[in-house]
Write a protein that binds this ligand. Structure first.
Ligand code: FAD
Length: 319
């Protein structure tokens, strides 16, 4: 059973989601007793980075038509190279966009939002997040499968192998692109990508107004975290929509999610309940979020957060 994986990159470097996908592909290969072949587009970084997570072979494509993402071009290029039974794709914006087309081109089944190592390979049996995160569905796929891996779900697990790379070409040209990028405007520089973040500091309507986000940003900065928010906060314009997490926003699964002044409605939980550790700060001991919390602080955010900042500063030796 040959296992392929799309190793997503940005600006010539592998993304964390790409490395996690390679680690996941290796977990499938270990059950199948086979090896992993990774597919990389326009990457300048060393392939050692992929051998570390379990790719025995790295197929490197250098093609100008793949510089900007286009679902049709990416699906076509991966389909030309992935001559195997399973193709793993990270469930990033790009991955989730081209995986259905890839499945179509390969005449394969598509299994989305997979989050755990497979329990069997004949047939491939994997667990996927279902019902907005309230359940886990186990599916068995006969025949070829394209599997999208939920970000931050499996972990970027090292599983080093001896590997080799090969420069390959694909028949993709600019004419294959159905959507062309005509301009890019960077809205935020230096910010940590919410979907890739290990730590997320999130706040809701309990913060009373946008002028009170200074302490949220300070805590996030000290912890090397991304900031997030509940939906109403983004709807009223206190925070950018890109920060909205939940059923109708981004689904995230960081190692640590700190929820401040957020009630914990099911629609919010749907996007964050994959987090490894959840800390809730709320002044209402009956707030539903405490049921999903690993650690809870019943208290006023305006007292608790500054104290937390003070303690983190002491620990880090920051004035
Ligand atoms: C179809 C649908 C989809 C939705 N999708 C989403 C989604 O994707 N994401 C999402 O977030 N919501 C979503 N919602 C909205 C969701 O149901 C909740 O209304 C929303 O999550 C509540 O946001 P909140 O917790 O910030 O505000 P509130 O419900 O107003 O809660 C504020 C919390 O802050 C606490 N608080 C107040 N003052 C303080 C203080 N000083 N210190 C500490 N705590 C304090 C309160 O006790 C309360 O628990 C959706 C709703 C629907 C119907």
């Amino acid at each position: 059973m040959a296992i392929f994986v799309y190793a997503e990159s940005h600006d010539g470097k592998y993304k964390k989601a790409g490395l996690e996908a390679v680690a996941y592909a290796k977990a499938i290969a270990d059950v199948a007793g086979d090896t992993v072949t990774a597919i990389a587009f326009n990457v300048t970084e060393s392939s050692d980075e992929l051998y570390k997570y379990g790719a025995t072979k790295v197929l490197k494509v250098d093609n100008a038509a793949l510089k900007n993402f286009d679902a049709n071009s990416y699906a076509k290029a991966v389909a030309e190279l992935a001559a195997g039974e399973v193709v793993v794709v990270p469930s990033t914006n790009d991955g989730a966009s081209f995986a259905p087309l890839l499945a179509l081109k390969l005449n394969a089944s598509l299994v989305t939002n997979v989050e755990k190592a497979p329990t069997a390979v004949a047939p491939l049996t994997v667990a996927r997040k279902a019902f907005s995160g309230k359940g886990i569905e186990t599916v068995a796929v006969s025949g070829k499968a394209v599997v999208t891996l939920l970000q931050n779900s499996f972990g970027v697990k090292e599983n080093a192998v001896a590997g080799s790379e090969e420069a390959v070409s694909v028949s993709v040209s600019d004419a294959d692109a159905k959507v062309k990028v005509t301009g890019v405007e960077v809205a935020q520089t230096g910010a940590i990508d919410l979907k890739e973040a290990e730590v997320v500091v999130s706040a809701g309507r309990g913060l009373k107004g946008p002028e009170n986000w200074g302490m949220i940003e300070e805590l996030a900065q000290l912890l090397g975290a991304a900031t997030a928010s509940s939906k109403p906060v983004a709807d009223i314009g206190w925070r950018p929509h890109a920060e909205h997490v939940g059923q109708t926003g981004k689904a995230i699964a960081p190692n640590l999610y700190i929820a401040i002044g957020i009630s914990g409605a099911i629609q919010h939980l749907a996007g964050v309940n994959g987090s490894k550790t959840i800390v809730v700060i709320n002044n209402d001991a009956e707030a539903p979020f405490f049921k999903a919390a690993d650690y809870g602080i019943v208290g006023d955010a305006f007292e608790v957060v500054p104290k937390l900042i003070e303690e983190v500063k002491k620990l880090k030796g920051v004035a």
